[in-house]
Design a protein around this ligand. Sequence first.
Ligand SMILES: [Zn+2]
Length: 398
Amino acid sequence: MSFRRALALASLSTSAWAASYHFAAIWDGEKIVRDACITVDGDKIQSVGPCAGEAVDLTKYTAIPGLIDVHTHMTFVLGNPVARAARNAATVFLAQDNARKTLEAGVTTVRDLGSSGYTDIAMRDLIAAGKMLGPRMFVAGYGLQNTRGTNVTPNTAHGPVEVDKVARAQIAAGADWVKMYASTGTGQDVSGTQTYSFDEIKAAVDAAHALHKRIAVHSYGPDAARDAVRAGVDSLEHATDMDDETIAEIARRKIVYVPTIDHNRYYVDNYQLLRYRADSLPKLNDYIQRNLQTARKAFAAGVTFAMGSDAVYTMFGENTRELGWFVKAGMTPEQALRAATVNGAALLEMDKKLGALREGYLADIVAVEGDPLADIQTVVEKVRWVMKAGKIVVDKTR
Ligand SMILES: [Zn+2]
């Protein structure tokens, strides 16, 4: 066992024994402090400030808060070889890879927006109990879909009454969030046709809020986005081509926008692996540009953003590439970092525990090589060390 590992374990096992970590600089969520230490006691930060006494040498690195990806699909795995009846159990096993890669990207918390068989709840609980390595998860169970016909699944809901019932069923099963697909659009399909009416979206919003939960609405196009905003959702996913009036309303209501621009880049880069048609590529590329353009307008209008990758399959590990798009949309690297930390924590109602390096907060710390405020690619490409709740979960410092 290395000295560093011994320190981490010691800090876990006894609260009388805190460990300090010395960084070249610390960005605490608000400002940068040079040549400083973070002292960790158990799973929490005891102090951030000048170094005093023994400290683990991480002076090659800048510390930032553990990153928050507010849109993942952790349980989407490619090539599950297990027979259908047992597939969900196998999914939880196979998805460990996604969880590990997410941590390696510096993401210590995710909001997972849609799963089947409640495999997301299984992962969340296994990780929370320390039986599986992965980021802290906030999950949605089944995302509500307005699929008509005979193919009724646990996530199908049509009309406000059914929507209310199915949304409540997710929460009863243990979901932290409600997810609703209010338009078409997924994978190589970039259509954004509205699938849920205002009344149906409102029914889902009311069900979630009545049970003190929040709701995220998927809309690829502008129509369902407009109705979702009017219905009072908490976050809006994708939402390309929104008009100025809708954007102004999002800013006014302080709804969080999660554009997920990078996930279509992943689809383009991996279209053969995903068996997409070659003729879907121009449409995907066009959508990416419109998505970026909408994000640019929204940021200029004062909308609050959070970082969501919409990671599926082999995209895990690329969770933070979205930050590059945020800078393209007009953010400074620091504003992009805020989207991935402070804003994500606030969306999850965890802003007193996560998203900042501050006394009493959970010790989720990421060490990056370089200056993240000068170049956001430092965060995307140069994560060297990750601590989650006081435990070192990634160490590439040697
Ligand atoms: Zn998604």
